[in-house]
Design a protein around this ligand. Structure first.
Ligand code: CAA
Length: 382
């Protein structure tokens, strides 16, 4: 049965991640957000802590922690800055976990130590300008030319796309075969034909890098088999969605912490606003959302750690935690009043940063279809 008691090691790692977040991430987050600055120096510090690729086996440069522990790290970083949490999620869950599971020994040795150490960043090239939720319907093409895979197409909304040394690119090899024709390629980004463009004007995650990728006959190394691309993407998302959910528990907790501190200090009608029942109700609502989201994330992590199927439970955790983060951030602004509407406090950024989490790595609507399909046995998309 699931045990809510953390081990000594898990407690220690959580404390370490918490101290690191408060010491290194929190002091920089407002300026990075204001200046839309992707803080590569901070990414390097996160890597030095062993937080990138933490679930990767030690022989490839990782820390070999379990998913529960990884979730604790991600929660703490998510409390500090969702832009940096996105770096951890993309590199660790979408890229490293895919290479661990599907890569050849050579591919693992070539890329994992560099990704875990932060020497290289990786991005996940699934979404395209015309293909989001319908991930099987990719237009990017891969063709074998004189024994080499050549990839042509475009990718959209790619986190870390402008800074990555490696792109995991999903492409179609045989359009008639639909998702069974998809393949996954390891694409080094330092080659002619690989170009990127920064996406500006985002509501949130302003300290994160987001790119549009253009691929013009670039060389890719096949990972897994032709036809396994869709499965690779889905298993990557099983890990990625868990990571997003854990990060959102961090946002929820940050909202509770900020609101409790503010409500105890802010005086109205000659008493702290924490003494008003309607303020207490808002705080209680946030606490319940946070606890429920955390419990769902822990359950998903426990299922992963014990090798049980967890796609549905991961979607439940992702759906609940991301929507909870939006709700909590909105409520936290209400507790802060006018002060919550400007960036003197973290809560307005929490709302802007939370908003994308119900979109990326599968919208809330896609999570609902996955959950409902599991219980009804009916595929709404068939
Ligand atoms: N694990 C392993 N295999 C899986 C799987 C999983 N979680 N989910 C599906 N599969 C397999 C199925 O078993 C099936 O295999 P067979 O062909 O052998 O039978 C195959 O994949 C096709 O599955 P479905 O019939 O379920 O496929 P579908 O076309 O109905 O799509 C979907 C299902 C859930 C809607 C899927 O398309 C999906 O998740 N869409 C959302 C995409 C998404 O999350 N995009 C986010 C991009 S990443 C991102 O945001 C990047 C960033 O930078 C942050």
């Amino acid at each position: 049965m699931i045990d809510f008691e953390l081990t000594d090691e898990q407690r220690l790692i959580r404390e370490t991640a918490r101290d690191f977040t408060d010491r290194e991430i929190v002091p920089r987050v407002r300026e990075n957000d204001r200046n839309e600055r992707f803080d590569t120096e901070l990414v390097r510090k996160i890597a030095d802590m062993g937080f990138l690729g933490a679930i990767v086996p030690e022989e490839y440069g990782g820390r070999a922690v379990d998913y529960r522990t990884y979730g604790l790290i991600v929660e703490e970083i998510g409390r500090g800055d969702s832009a940096m949490r996105t770096v951890v999620s993309v590199v660790t869950s979408l890229v490293c976990s895919s290479i661990v599971r599907w890569g050849s020994e050579e591919q693992k040795k070539e890329w994992l130590p560099r990704l875990c150490s932060g020497e290289a960043l990786g991005c996940f090239g699934l979404t395209e300008p015309d293909t989001g939720s319908d991930a099987a319907n990719l237009k990017t093409r891969a063709e074998k030319v004189n024994g080499t895979w050549r990839i042509t197409g475009g990718k959209m909304w790619i986190s870390l796309g402008n800074y990555s040394e490696l792109a995991l690119v999903f492409a179609q090899t045989e359009p008639d075969r639909k998702h069974k024709g998809l393949a996954c390629f390891l694409v080094p980004t330092d080659q002619a034909g690989f170009t990127t463009q920064e996406i500006h004007g985002k509501l949130g995650l302003r300290g994160s890098d987001t790119a549009e990728l253009s691929l013009d006959g670039v060389e890719g190394e096949l990972m897994g088999e032709v036809g396994e691309g869709f499965k690779i993407a889905m298993t990557a998302l099983d890990s990625g969605r868990y990571s997003v959910a854990a990060g959102c528990v961090g946002i929820c907790q940050g909202c509770v912490d900020a609101s409790v501190a503010y409500a105890k200090e802010r005086q109205q009608f000659d008493r702290p606003i924490a003494s008003f029942q309607l303020v207490q109700e808002m705080i209680a609502d946030m606490v319940v959302e946070t606890d429920a989201a955390r419990a769902l994330v822990w359950r998903a992590g426990w299922l992963k750690d014990t090798g049980r199927p967890n796609t549905t439970e991961t979607s439940i955790a992702k759906l609940y935690a991301t929507e909870a983060a939006v709700k909590c951030a909105n409520t936290a602004i209400q507790v802060h009043g006018g002060s919550g509407y400007v960036d003197d406090y973290p809560v307005e950024r929490y709302l802007r940063d939370a908003r994308v989490t119900t979109l990326y790595e599968g919208t809330s609507q896609i999570q609902k279809l996955i959950i409902a399909r599991a219980v009804t046995g009916v595929n709404a998309l068939a």
